[in-house]
Design a protein around this ligand. Structure first.
Ligand code: SAH
Length: 225
């Protein structure tokens, strides 16, 4: 992706890296993943000039690409070594999917909105990563075919941890999930120890709702199962 456009955004991307470091992101592998991932390709052209601000931006279909420092925090908590099998629920723009592809072994990502997944698929194809698999569907069911997962990232907020995702977590595996009401949630990390699931409450967060059988229903009530 050389050329004038890539160069134009290169400077802005380096400033974002500096900003992330000044906000306390110190994991070199995480910083490198941000350096390798062209965020301007993942946002609509109308907001492309803001692609390297540390801000959430609209990506269409009423959804948002999260703030880079939020992704960075998630990724630092997971402390991936490069060999893990990771499940992401809520592909959205595909930006975090590519960050994960640079940090893990295999990335499996599920999105329920077809136009978002189609666009993410196109952009991911431009990013020279070959360890990403995408699925259209309700991610509250997980992706059983490739389970168990060493890490699961849920990028949308749920009333509670969806049971199928707990079931698909590997021994010692960790799930990051925003849990709470539709407007405000707590970011929780859940670690599997045999049939026990240890929960650690991390911080207050705001995510779009996880809409599905084990999340919220379209009309705002809790899922049916
Ligand atoms: N990490 C993404 C975040 C996108 S916002 C990014 O930075 O671009 C959260 C995404 O979760 C939205 O695209 C939304 O459509 C998706 N989502 C919500 N409920 C879902 C479900 N049950 N299964 C799969 N994706 C879901």
């Amino acid at each position: 992706m050389a050329g004038p456009v890539a160069r134009q955004f290169g400077g802005a991307r380096r400033r974002l890296l500096d900003e992330l470091q000044s906000k306390g992101v110190h994991d070199i592998a995480v910083i490198r993943a941000f350096d390798l991932t062209p965020r301007h390709l993942f946002v609509p052209t109308g907001v492309q000039h803001r692609a390297y601000e540390d801000a959430a931006l609209p990506i269409g279909s009423g959804q948002t690409i999260s703030q880079p420092s939020v992704h960075a925090k998630y990724l630092e908590i997971l402390a991936l070594k490069g060999t893990e099998r990771v499940l992401e629920i809520g592909t959205g723009s595909g930006y975090q999917t590519v960050l994960l592809a640079h940090l893990a072994g295999q990335v499996f990502s599920v999105e329920r909105i077809a136009p978002l997944l189609d666009r993410a698929r196109d952009v991911i194809a431009q990013c020279a990563v070959s360890n990403v698999s995408l699925l259209l569907g309700d991610g509250t069911h997980g992706w059983k075919a490739f389970a168990p997962y060493d890490a699961i990232l849920v990028s949308a907020a749920s009333p509670d941890a969806p049971q199928p995702l707990l079931d698909q977590l590997a021994e010692g595996g960790r799930m990051l999930v925003p849990i709470g009401g539709r407007d405000e949630q707590r970011l929780v990390v859940i670690t599997r120890r045999g049939e026990r699931f240890e929960r650690q409450d991390l911080s207050a967060v705001r995510f779009v709702p996880l809409v599905g059988d084990f999340g919220w229903s379209e009309n705002g009530s809790e899922g049916t199962r």
